[in-house]
Design a protein around this ligand. Structure first.
Ligand SMILES: *Cc1c(COP(=O)(O)O)cnc(C)c1O
Length: 379
């Protein structure tokens, strides 16, 4: 096996950079004796709501649960359709299936790979209840166009913001044009804990009240219940996230800087590079390039100690078992399928150095030129 010279993830480096503060936060929780539904979750919720400029943030178990609880809170269920994308992490559609509704997939834009708003209207039926755009790779979907569509047809809007905390549109903010925003804090996300975590961010009082109960066995006071879930953000994760949230803008800036480096190094090749829309803040959860020889490039990089992964090589409608009992088994999604076949995510995290980005880019350029890399991996 070649030595790994540029790993795909940076979260252990991030931990080492904040070790003292994080260790202290964890120890404080351990000593406090309260591990669920305590003051750390409350504090993080208020910090997150402040950061997002929203009225409420509610900590839950995961991004998947955030989606599930929002769809439930909005009364979306059997017989309902939710318009979303197929080139996303499986959980986006999974949450729709889990509430008994049907995800209806719209193809993605050739440029940003976000949901193509021009293809939404033709998918709207009398059963359509909501649109669920994903801010893919860290760039907001075109919320203005989508919100216009939602307004015209009386649809709800749920943002899957698992990959895009800190991002912005040209003239809109995340959460401004929707009913609720779903966040994930699993380790590798731009804001990640050491395990699972998620949140629902909303300005709607009714959604906040419902989810506050639903995440805690349908209870907002001791011993009184309706049927809900067990989905709370644990105190340890909340404490860690409070430490990390203070750094999110600076970390996103570093991601953007390294993305700029990659684009500088790789411009002029035959590779498709990520595109940022004018005026948008794309926070580069992932830096995804595209090439028809993706598998070959990925293997070549691995041989040279550069770990690149694929997000997402099997689109949701290409999964075995699709449509899982519900929905059109053969949606026509050529851009999504091209994206799945050709995408390759290069290592990108705030702790990645420009030098490392150079090593990655050199290896990519060497592959493209069919020549040996300038820097040869140690045997
Ligand atoms: C990570 C992710 C989720 C799921 O979040 P979890 O916290 O892993 O449950 C949902 N949607 C998208 C787009 C994601 O990237």
């Amino acid at each position: 096996m070649p030595e790994t010279r540029v790993p795909f993830y940076g979260h252990v480096r991030q931990y080492h950079n904040l070790k003292e503060e994080i260790d202290r936060a964890i120890t404080d929780v351990l000593e406090s004796g309260t591990y669920v539904m305590g003051p750390r979750m409350k504090q993080f919720e208020s910090e997150l709501a402040g950061y997002m400029g929203a009225k409420y943030a509610l900590g839950v178990n995961s991004g998947t649960d955030a989606l599930l609880l929002v769809f439930k809170a909005l009364g979306i269920g059997q017989g309902d359709e939710v318009i979303t994308t197929s080139n996303t992490f499986f959980a986006t559609a999974e949450a729709i299936w889990l509430v008994g509704a049907t995800p209806v997939f719209v193809d993605c834009e050739p440029g940003t790979r976000n949901i193509d708003p021009t293809l939404v209207e033709e998918k709207i039926t009398p059963h359509t209840k909501a649109i669920c755009p994903v801010h893919l790779y860290g760039q907001p979907a075109n919320m203005l166009a989508l919100a216009e569509m939602a307004k015209k047809h009386g649809l709800l809007m749920v943002e899957d913001c698992a990959q895009a905390i800190g991002s912005k549109g040209d003239t809109f903010k995340i959460g401004e044009l929707s009913d609720a925003v779903c966040m994930s804090f699993i380790t590798a996300k731009n804001l990640g804990t050491f395990g699972d975590g998620g949140a629902v961010v909303t300005n709607r009082d009714d959604i906040a009240t419902t989810i506050n109960k639903m995440r805690n066995h349908g209870s907002d006071r001791r011993s009184y219940h309706s049927v809900g879930y067990n989905s709370r953000l644990d105190e340890i994760h909340a404490a860690i996230l409070s430490v990390k949230l203070k750094h999110i803008d600076e970390w996103n800036d570093l991601r953007i800087a390294r993305a700029r480096d990659y684009t500088e190094f790789l411009t002029g090749t035959g590779l498709r590079l990520p595109q940022t829309k004018p005026g948008y803040r794309h926070v580069f959860h992932l830096y995804v390039i595209e090439t028809p020889r993706r598998n070959d490039l990925q293997a070549y990089l691995k041989e040279r100690g550069v770990i690149a992964l694929t997000n997402y090589p099997v689109a949701i409608h290409q999964q075995e078992g699709f449509p899982f009992g519900l929905g059109d088994p053969h949606p026509v999604l050529p851009e999504t399928e091209k994206n799945a076949a050709e995408c390759l995510s290069l290592p990108l995290y705030p702790e990645l150095t420009r030098g490392e980005a150079q090593i990655v880019a050199d290896a990519v350029l060497a592959w493209e030129a069919g020549r040996a890399p300038t820097v040869v991996a140690k045997a």
